[in-house]
Design a binder for this molecule. Structure first.
Ligand SMILES: Nc1nc2c(ncn2[C@@H]2O[C@H](COP(=O)(O)OP(=O)(O)OP(=O)(O)O)[C@@H](O)[C@H]2O)c(=O)[nH]1
Ligand SMILES: [Mg+2]
Length: 219
């Protein structure tokens, strides 16, 4: 009987895991930490980043990777902050894949950075299932989405290292039940830090900034 070689093809999740492991090693070697920001379209990720970069840029050396299906609009919004910003365009895929992240990281001056912040494609589901080699995921939920979203989309809230509730300036105008939302989050992830923030009213930013500074040191 002739000996036949079997070709093996890995599925997308396994290939993704190989790239994310390479990225983890790259970041560790360069002493850089990476945060993966995930939330629905329009929940306020870029606005939060604009404010955050202004507040921490003095003491941390940052770079931003902006993920979107199309356009460079989010990178354009951040480009005048004096921080390296790259736009990663997936061309239709609803989440960033580890290979694209690895490619973008290799084009950054990692040895002169402390932290890379990734804004993933606006989506509450798919990005949570794809490791990109980050040290932590940050879940962003705007109060306009409804208090039940942590229960309905639990993976992100289970995996996240911290959660930001955005647009709290709109609380007086909505029927959003803040206590209920927090209790749903705690059911899924009892220990997770939750920050209530309004980028517009500049409220709640300080506690969040303290968390990110600590994260930059410990990873
Ligand atoms: N009221 C209020 N609106 C906000 C706040 N932060 C962001 N917004 C608004 O929410 C909308 C979406 O904000 P973005 O920062 O673009 O949201 P995003 O999550 O980056 O959106 P995608 O990248 O498209 O997923 C914009 O109209 C913002 O002006 C806030 O603190 N309060
Ligand atoms: Mg955005």
């Amino acid at each position: 009987m002739s000996k036949q070689k079997i070709r093996v093809y890995r599925d997308i999740v396994e290939v993704n895991a190989q790239w994310s492991n390479l990225t983890r090693k790259l970041l560790k070697d360069q002493s850089v930490v990476m945060l993966n920001i995930i939330g629905s379209p329009g929940c306020g990720k870029t606005t939060l980043l604009e404010q955050t970069c202004k507040l921490i840029n003095q003491d941390l050396r940052l770079a931003i990777l902006e993920g979107d299906i199309e356009t460079t609009r989010d990178a354009e919004r951040l480009k005048d902050l004096g921080i390296p910003v790259s736009q990663l365009i997936t061309g239709g895929t609803c989440h960033l894949q580890a290979q694209l992240i690895n490619q973008a990281l290799n084009d950054l001056p990692l040895n002169s950075l402390d932290m890379v912040i990734v804004e993933n494609v606006g989506n509450l589901v798919c990005p949570a299932g794809f490791d990109i080699g980050e040290n932590a995921k940050l879940a962003v939920l705007s109060i306009t989405e409804g208090e039940d979203k942590p229960l309905k989309y639990p993976l992100l809230f289970r995996e996240a290292g911290a959660i930001i509730l955005t647009k709290t300036d709109l609380l007086p105008h909505l029927n959003f039940n803040l206590d209920e939302c927090i209790s749903y989050i705690k059911q899924i992830n009892s220990e997770i830090p939750i920050f209530q923030v309004s980028a517009f009213a500049q409220k709640g930013m300080q506690q969040w900034i303290e968390w990110i500074r600590e994260f930059a040191q410990k990873g």
